[in-house]
Design a binder for this molecule. Structure first.
Ligand SMILES: *Cc1c(COP(=O)(O)O)cnc(C)c1O
Length: 558
């Protein structure tokens, strides 16, 4: 089979990402961004795109989440041994940080595909005996909380990544930065290309996934000064940051380039008159993902042979008999319910309409919006006719996110005996795969317009699970009311105040749940399965990483 990227057979695309989830035993991902990065690696291998990933080894992982009896989250390091999964590539490069030359090594993971595609992923590591103990810890924790370590991590990824690729003899024609964490690589390239901005711009692609300003790095000059003052690149960085803003503005990755055709919000918050080093690229919002979920995978394999490499075949899902679609769903649900009951001691029932909500716990994602008005919820839920499963970690310094986890536990206790609520601790890719396949409805209630994408909803659709979501992120494009799922609240163009928006959202939540979704589920099973079919044939058909990668190849990588 010819590679769709035949023209670039010799030279590779380098994909830089601070987090990357390729296996749940390799805990180097925090959430959607990292899981998407892992899917990019997998899809590239399937499509035989000559790509090589670069990330950090994060030896302590993100963290293991433990929940105590009051619902308080505790974080435990998730230690893993790179030698168990990866090959030491035997190279060392030096990166100068804080006045010391720090040695960096690379471990390699290779994603193999049945198509014969092979995509390597390099994990950069500073934990070497020749390094100072403090420097050895730089690549321990994903998204180090300490600002110094965080900037040092970006130096290792940006400068170290380019050098390691070269040391391993790779010829790179494009550098794709997944978010700004690897932006320093552009400085390294400028030096290598004789300060030729046009050349470097040609070689770089930048994609962003968060529309909000807080999602983008800022570093104090003093800190950056202290860490890379004696690097030749420091003057350059200064120069670009000054061009991008006021003299004393913090150093921001975005000063090095900006996504010009990002979504409206990104434009509003980030677009400034700064010199761009990167090609603008507007693919940041349509990822996805095909998860390996046995019941539906078997069904697709039987009726849509070749679907995994050509997701367009999902458009033919109507040839799968409805009874089999339902059976596959029941199998996934049964297994999830048993798993959750065993894990949490809850008494979820496989016959009950089940809502699922799993993602990072943080204020803007509003994990408890469904529970805003318990009286209304009780009314629409009837007696044990609806149950809810939630999961998600809060970033260790996100106190509000942690409070929301406690709040879910409090509500669970308050609703005991009426509406079964279960919180599955230690959310990871495995639990995600079980949940998106085993619930009946995927619920998503972010505060508009904060959600950049919301990839978990697309994963649910791949398993025939309809979405019930606020019209934000990908759902603006994915929602066809009563066909692919249901909308919560106003459309993006509606000019409503925050309060009016909230009233609209709560009305939709409770009214649709009580008068549309619940009756359909219990009384019109065939129509329900039709919606499941649409989730597959309309949503999953379109929202998948294979399509995204093909577009990267034709539109961003040429
Ligand atoms: C898909 C996924 C996410 C992202 O979920 P969103 O709905 O985009 O917030 C987070 N964590 C894991 C483990 C996932 O698989």
């Amino acid at each position: 089979m010819p590679s769709p990227a035949g023209v670039m057979r010799e030279q590779r695309i380098a994909y830089f990402t601070m987090e990357c989830g390729v296996l749940s035993q390799i805990p180097t991902y925090a959430g959607g961004l990292g899981v998407l990065a892992g899917d990019i690696i997998r899809s590239s291998a399937d499509l035989r795109i000559p790509l090589i990933g670069v990330t950090l080894v994060s030896r302590h992982g993100y963290f293991h989440q433990e929940i105590d009896e009051v619902g308080q989250q505790h974080e435990r390091p998730f230690m893993w041994d790179p030698a168990r999964f990866l090959e030491d590539m035997g190279v060392r490069v030096a990166v100068r940080i804080g006045g010391r030359d720090i040695q960096v090594r690379a471990w390699q993971f290779v994603q193999q595909s049945l198509t014969g595609g092979r995509v390597p992923l390099l994990f950069l590591d500073t934990d070497l005996p020749e390094n100072d103990p403090a420097d050895r810890a730089i690549t321990n924790r994903l998204y180090g909380h300490d600002r110094r370590i965080r900037f040092a991590q970006e130096c290792v990824l940006g400068f170290g990544g380019v050098r390691i690729l070269q040391a391993l003899g790779n010829s790179i024609r494009k550098y794709h930065m997944n978010e700004g964490h690897s932006a320093l690589l552009a400085l390294e390239l400028l030096q290598r290309h004789g300060m030729d901005e046009t050349e470097v711009r040609e070689r770089c692609v930048f994609t962003t996934h968060t529309p909000i300003e807080a999602g983008h790095d800022r570093f104090d000059y003093a800190l950056v000064d202290a860490l890379i003052e004696d690097n030749p690149t420091w003057q350059l960085l200064r120069q670009y940051c000054r061009r991008g803003g006021a003299e004393h503005d913090p150093v921001r990755a975005q000063a090095l380039g900006i996504c010009e055709r990002g979504r409206k919000t990104a434009r509003r918050d980030l677009d400034q008159d700064v010199p761009g080093l990167y090609d603008p690229c507007d693919h940041e919002r349509r990822p996805l993902l095909h998860l390996d979920l046995p019941p539906f995978r078997r069904l697709f394999d039987r009726y849509l042979l070749g679907w995994a490499n050509e997701p367009e075949l999902l458009v033919r899902q109507q040839i799968i008999p409805n009874a089999f679609v339902w059976q596959a769903h029941e199998a996934a649900k049964q297994s999830l319910v048993e798993y959750a009951n065993r894990l949490t001691g809850s008494s979820l029932c496989p016959e009950t309409l089940t809502l699922g909500f799993a993602r990072r716990f943080t204020a803007y994602k509003r994990p408890v919006l469904l529970f805003s008005d318990l009286e209304r919820l009780r009314k629409v839920a009837g007696c044990r006719r609806i149950q809810v499963m939630l999961a998600g970690k809060a970033y260790p310094t996100d106190e509000e996110g942690k409070r929301l986890i406690r709040e879910v536990h409090r509500i669970r206790d308050e609703l005991a005996g009426e509406i079964e609520v279960a919180f599955l601790p230690d959310y990871d890719m495995d639990i995600a795969a079980r949940m998106v396949a085993g619930v009946d409805i995927w619920l998503n209630t972010p505060e508009r317009p904060m959600e950049a994408s919301g990839t978990s909803g697309m994963k649910a659709a791949h398993n025939g699970v309809p979405n019930f979501s606020v019209l934000d992120g990908w759902w603006i494009e994915g929602c066809i009311e009563d066909v692919t799922g249901w909308a919560i609240g106003p459309p993006p163009e509606a000019e409503v105040s925050r309060d009016e928006g909230l009233v609209w959202e709560l009305d939709d939540l409770y009214n649709k749940l009580g008068y549309v979704i619940r009756p359909l589920y219990y009384r019109c099973r065939d129509e329900w399965i039709e919606m499941m079919n649409n989730a597959i044939g309309t949503v999953a058909y379109y929202f998948n990483t294979h399509r995204m990668m093909r577009r990267y190849v034709t539109e961003a990588y040429p």
